[in-house]
Ligand binder design. Structure first.
Ligand code: DGL
Length: 270
């Protein structure tokens, strides 16, 4: 099966990597919208439009399953993408399910982009699975550029995380026992986040939970002896390509660059 995976940028590579490890017999196409990242500060209407453009591009490439490996796009556009002719899977339900299962105190924390937190998507997903749980969310927008820069193991990353997560530190009344890393960049920062929160707090993320969630969709699909893997970005700046190689592990496929908004396609929206 050819699996399409997309993200606003390169964070979704954490999901791609986990998918490829879990399902090695399937081909993948990853599209990172590096020309328009971040999505986390944009409006629902813009994110939905971008998600449709990407889905159309990947459908034209022949994908048979679409994984929306971006929490922001999953929060804002998943419902809108359900009408596509292939199954579409987001990255919010799988960690929400894992969090609902793991909590003992019923206090679940969620961190994500401003858009993901504003959307309330995790609150809704968790409420459907664990109606008695309370969910407290914190937007952590500065964590994304830190991960992109490769600063995940630095004191700066730990200090930024500490500032954001202050309401959840030991002794605070809202301290959760499970925290959802609700952004596909955050698995890269897992060690720093665990250090700040304390190792007794369980961390769950989209990368570790999504591969299992697509199992029913892959059942019966034939595997390929030599699956292929393509990486497409909408901007091929050197930094993105270098981080892509670092995150995906070797050997990384060559990066292809596409333009999803060809010249002349612009229209004035009123
Ligand atoms: N990949 C995005 C997410 O998971 C974070 C980066 C962005 O703001 O676009 O929400």
């Amino acid at each position: 099966m050819l699996i399409g995976v997309f993200d606003s940028g390169i964070g979704g590579l954490t999901v791609l990597r986990a998918l490829r490890q879990a399902w090695p017999g399937h081909s993948t196409i990853y599209l990172g919208d590096t020309a328009r990242v971040p999505y986390g500060t944009k409006s629902r209407a813009t994110v939905v439009r971008y998600a449709h453009q990407i889905a159309d591009h990947l459908l034209a490439e022949g994908i048979e399953l679409l994984v929306v490996a971006c929490n922001t796009a999953s929060a804002y556009a998943l419902e809108e993408l359900q009408g596509l002719p292939v199954p579409v899977v987001g990255v919010i339900e799988p960690p929400a399910r894992a969090a609902a299962r793991a909590t003992r105190t019923g206090r679940i924390g969620v961190i994500g982009t401003s858009a993901t937190v504003a959307s309330g998507a995790y609150e809704r997903a968790i409420a459907a699975l664990a109606p008695d749980a309370t969910v407290h969310s914190i937007a952590c927008p500065l964590l994304v550029p830190l991960a992109d820069e490769g600063w995940e193991g630095t004191d700066v990353a730990r200090e930024v995380a500490r500032r954001y997560l202050e309401p959840w530190l030991p002794g605070r009344p809202d301290r959760p026992d499970v925290v959802v890393l609700g952004c596909t960049h955050y698995p890269v920062l897992r060690d720093a986040l665990a250090e700040v929160l304390g190792h007794e707090v369980t961390l769950v993320d989209s990368a570790e939970t999504t591969p299992r969630a697509i199992a029913p969709l892959l059942e019966g699909a034939s595997t390929e002896p030599e699956p292929t893997h393509r990486l497409i970005l909408t901007d091929g700046a050197v930094g993105f390509a270098a981080t892509t190689r670092r995150w995906i592990g070797e050997p990384a496929p060559a990066v292809e660059v596409v333009d999803l908004e060809p010249q002349g396609s612009g229209q004035v929206r009123r």
